[in-house]
Ligand binder design. Structure first.
Ligand code: NAP
Length: 248
């Protein structure tokens, strides 16, 4: 018999964007391990197929779903595939993101890199959320998790003494501050529905994005998985890390 944790997400369909590697892969692996059908959203077919096959090899119900969050046609096509094959979406984890800058002061930040960062991290996230919302509304208790970061927190980065004031990634950090605001806006729109929308701070995890610095990505994935499986009495419209709510 499956234990509760192995069946906690049984029957749910979960899409994780950017799930072929890093924290996204670990979120998909964990949700799959709890019984969810996991859709490995990835823009590269080979990497996406590979990741899904790896999880199927672990006994999970995993499927590659082509999706480039910056390409509206691919986002709409992904929604179409989910609609025709599964008819609904229980969990959306907006995980895909880029960090393209070097450590430079804001006065020297490259505007082109900033635009490209916002295309993926901000506009891509909104496009995916809008496209998937009709499917999330068809689920009994839809959950949206937006991957954010402590570096997005204005409180934790304002002033000399603030823990993250050292970080000089104008595009990345502010794109995630926008993600925090977008989380609140969607949560408000959906207050009278069963859908909950929260942001997750995975903490520093050793992936390509962090140049391999930090803890194992499986540990960072845990908070996102928890938010993806929130019960009816759970919160909406907040930013959460390992130790609970993170200040905006
Ligand atoms: N690592 C950390 O310390 C850390 C800390 C705080 C927050 N986060 C957040 O956690 C999330 C995952 O980060 P990570 O560290 O796992 O990063 P990562 O290893 O660099 O993985 C990023 C993923 O996003 C995908 N992606 C990028 N642009 C995309 C697009 N246009 N369409 C579809 N997929 C796209 C990448 O796909 P390709 O393989 O095709 O490039 C990759 O699968 C991000 O939202 C990040 O901001 C990470």
């Amino acid at each position: 018999m499956r234990s509760r944790s192995m069946s906690e997400a049984a029957g749910r369909v979960a899409l994780v964007t950017g799930a072929a590697r890093g924290i996204g892969f670990e979120i998909a692996r964990s949700l799959g391990g709890k019984g969810a059908t996991v859709l490995i959203g990835a823009r590269g077919a080979a990497a996406g197929e590979d990741a899904a096959a790896r999880l199927r090899g672990e006994g999970l119900d995993a499927h590659f779903l082509p999706i480039d969050v910056t390409d509206r046609a691919s986002v709409d096509a992904a929604a179409g595939i989910i609609a025709s094959r599964w008819g609904r979406l229980d969990i959306l984890v907006n995980n895909a993101a880029v960090s393209l800058e070097r450590d430079v002061p804001p006065s020297a930040a490259d505007l082109d890199l900033m635009r490209r960062t916002y295309e993926a991290n901000v506009f891509g996230l909104v496009a995916v959320t809008q496209a998937m919302l009709p499917l999330l509304r068809k689920a009994p208790a839809g959950r949206i998790v937006n991957m954010s970061t402590g570096l997005a927190s204005l409180k934790l980065s304002s002033g000399r003494e603030a823990p993250f004031s050292f970080s000089r990634l104008l595009a990345y950090n502010t794109s995630k501050t926008a993600v925090n605001g977008i989380t609140v806006q969607f949560a408000n729109e959906l207050l009278d529905t069963p859908i909950k929308v929260n942001a997750a701070n995975p903490g520093l995890c050793a992936t390509d994005l962090s140049n391999g610095k930090g803890r194992p990505p499986s540990e960072g994935a845990a908070v996102a998985v928890k938010l993806a499986l929130l019960g009816e009495d759970g919160p909406t419209g907040g930013l959460y890390g390992d130790d609970g709510q993170v200040p905006w």
